[in-house]
Ligand binder design. Structure first.
Ligand code: NDP
Length: 290
């Protein structure tokens, strides 16, 4: 399929706000999807510095953009500039997708739903299971909210800065029936913590540059425990290599990236996303150095 496209007077713009932004693979994925559906939309990276965020949001209306994706470092601060939030964005306190509804800007967060869809396609249900999350940053919030809403029995959050894990436990303790606990990273070596875990998730950036993952007793988990790394680069992270060495199944962050993008596509276009086209475009883009 050719990705060439003629810009005309009918062309509408979708953007992605971030700083830095050159690493993003979303333009390849979304533009392939727009072409596949025959939509006159174009998706462009927009470098937005933090002091300019408010003006950038006003420009969504001024230029009548279809909407934008939002990435680091703006996901949380953009909330204050929008007109309304979805229940999920409100719960996460973060937005990764803005939809321009005739000048009213609605913020949504598709990260958690994208994560859940990627679990479903593996045939994994978190309902009444025990989960360990490593990390307590922005991605943990989205994953945590989605797991609580999916009826997870128990979630342990291990983080380098323990107080951040503890404040997540306080913030989400009453959201569902899930038991939440915050622990320090050294607990990841305690077999007792891991012996009933059905899912262990890396929500940290550890491994992004090829560095070894944190000490964790991979062997102490049940044989059918699933290891999920939110990182989608490098192709085999240290976390997933160690899971494989312990003969446990692993999933990388590519499917979550795909599905959060597919959900955003549907919010902007009200059409089902062409998943195969997006998968191929994303895989091609991830093989290309940024
Ligand atoms: P944040 O910056 O919000 O959080 C980073 C987390 O990593 C914190 O918990 C931090 O601990 C921890 N951390 C960082 N360095 C270390 C270290 N050396 N040792 C121990 N812990 C460390 O990032 P996000 O949560 O937004 O994203 C995390 C990763 O997930 C990113 O690399 C991102 O690319 C990926 N991601 C993937 C997505 C996908 O679609 N696949 C979606 C969203 C994110 P502390 O609190 O102590 O600083």
């Amino acid at each position: 399929m050719s990705l060439s496209f003629t810009i005309t007077g009918q062309t509408r713009i979708v953007g992605i706000f971030g700083d830095p932004i050159t690493h993003t693979r979303s333009p390849a994925m979304q533009n392939a999807a727009f072409r596949a559906r025959g939509l006159p939309y174009i998706y462009v990276p927009l470098l937005v510095r933090s002091p300019d965020l408010r003006h950038a949001v006003q420009a969504i209306r001024a230029y009548n953009l279809v909407g934008v994706n939002v990435t680091v470092p703006h996901k949380e601060r953009i909330v204050r500039y929008l007109d309304a939030l979805s229940a999920e964005a409100d719960l996460c306190g973060a937005v990764n997708t803005v939809i321009n509804c005739e000048g009213t800007l609605l913020g949504d967060n598709t990260d958690g739903r994208g994560f859940l869809v990627s679990l479903q396609e593996r045939g994994f249900s978190p309902h009444r299971r025990e989960v360990v999350i490593v990390g307590a940053g922005g991605s943990t919030r989205a994953v945590l909210v989605s797991l609580i809403r999916a009826g997870t029995e128990r979630i342990t959050i291990a983080n380098r800065t323990l107080t951040k894990a503890q404040s997540l436990v306080r913030a989400y303790r009453t959201l569902g029936k899930t038991q939440l606990e915050a622990v320090s990273l050294d607990k990841l070596q305690d077999p007792l913590l891991l012996k009933n875990s059905a899912l262990v998730i890396n929500c940290t950036s550890v491994g992004l540059h090829g560095e070894p993952f944190l000490p964790l007793a991979f062997d102490a988990t049940p044989r059918n425990c699933l290891f999920y790394d939110l990182l989608y680069r490098p192709e085999l992270t240290s976390f997933l290599r160690q899971a494989r060495n312990a003969r446990r199944a692993g999933v990388d962050g590519r499917r979550m990236l795909l599905h959060q993008g597919a959900l955003a596509f549907s919010l902007w276009t009200r059409q089902p996303a062409p998943l195969e086209v997006m998968t191929r475009a994303l895989n091609r883009a991830l093989r290309t150095p940024s």
